[in-house]
Write a protein of this length. Structure first.
Length: 325
């Protein structure tokens, strides 16, 4: 009986939610990703691997085909999702802070290193693959438009959940547009692979998509350097207004304990909120009042990833990475 509603495919489908469960737990303030890694994520990985091996041994074509298609489609979708954002990063729109945060959360560290960046990208890939499996197990053989709708639906859920509030996806329309466009490039390859159901060339496709993923991971880690212990980037001044926060383009890298100059270039008082992403979206952070046409010094208290924004404004928030001296 080749249907989804059998114990083995259904258990695999449930296990595929193990990856995203880590992030949900983190941003919802339930438990950290580092805490959930061993009791949640790794058992789910074990279930998927064991089920795949068992299905292959039993000749369960329904499950093995969908796992192969979801793997390849999810990888190609992740390639498309990230590749379209590389030019945006080079243009200064900075779409990658969440991946760096993932790495710090998974490793349980409050500062970034090349290894945490690699961990963050690995987690990012795991989401791309597991979302591909979730789709393939239910929608293989359907029109590729369903893949696009799945990608857009994932982003819609990100916007309305605490993730969207934490990473500023609600207050800045350009950010939301970028995120939805990127998810089009995730959904189409996934939907196309699952629609065609071509088993030939899957190994070649997996090789090419894997190579592309490795190249993107290497670019990501190198492009985000320097990190801990390296020279600081972008100076120590953040300007607020009149039309944006600068540098909202490139991230600011400073040692912990360094002072940061916050400059209000508008004709009105601004209330800047600074918070550490380690504390989650539920943290109120620190409110810094900047009188009109003024500047103040703010000391970064500890190593970590800090987000600075002005509630009520449509300006994109900026990010400050503080490393341990």
């Amino acid at each position: 009986m080749n249907t989804f509603f059998r114990p083995l495919p259904f258990c695999v489908w449930i296990a595929c939610f193990g990856s995203i469960a880590l992030l949900i737990g983190q941003v919802a303030g339930i438990a950290t990703m580092h805490t959930l890694l061993l009791p949640v994520a790794l058992p789910c990985v074990g279930v998927i691997i064991a089920a795949w091996l068992l299905a292959s041994a039993k000749g369960d074509w329904f499950l093995t085909e969908r796992l192969r298609l979801g793997l390849v489609g999810g990888l190609w979708g992740t390639v498309g999702y990230d590749a379209v954002r590389v030019p945006l990063h080079l243009m200064g729109l900075n779409p990658f802070p969440p991946i760096r945060a993932y790495g710090m959360w998974v490793c349980g560290l409050d500062h970034a290193t090349p290894w945490t960046d690699l961990a963050g990208f690995t987690y990012h890939i795991s989401n791309g693959i597991t979302f591909g499996w979730i789709f393939a197990l239910l929608m293989t053989g359907r029109h590729w438009v369903w893949g696009v709708l799945w990608g857009l639906g994932l982003e819609a859920m990100a916007v309305v959940t605490p993730f969207g509030e934490l990473f500023g996806l609600r207050a800045f329309s350009q950010t939301v547009i970028i995120a939805f466009v990127a998810h089009l490039f995730y959904g189409y390859p996934l939907g196309r692979v699952c629609q065609v159901r071509a088993t030939r060339g899957l190994g070649v496709s997996l090789g090419w998509s894997g190579t592309a993923i490795i190249a993107l991971a290497a670019w990501f880690v190198l492009a985000w350097q320097p990190v801990a212990g390296y020279p600081e980037l972008s100076g120590r001044v953040i300007r607020f207004g009149p039309v944006a926060i600068f540098p909202g383009v490139r991230d600011v890298h400073l040692p912990a304990g360094a002072d940061l100059t916050l400059r209000n270039e508008t004709d009105r008082e601004l209330k800047v909120r600074m918070r550490s992403t380690k504390e989650g979206h539920h943290s109120a952070g620190v409110e810094i009042v900047l009188p009109a046409k003024s500047e103040t010094k703010q000391v970064l208290p500890a190593a970590g990833l800090y987000q600075l924004g002005v509630p009520g404004e449509t300006w994109r928030s900026t990010w400050v990475f503080a490393w341990e001296r």
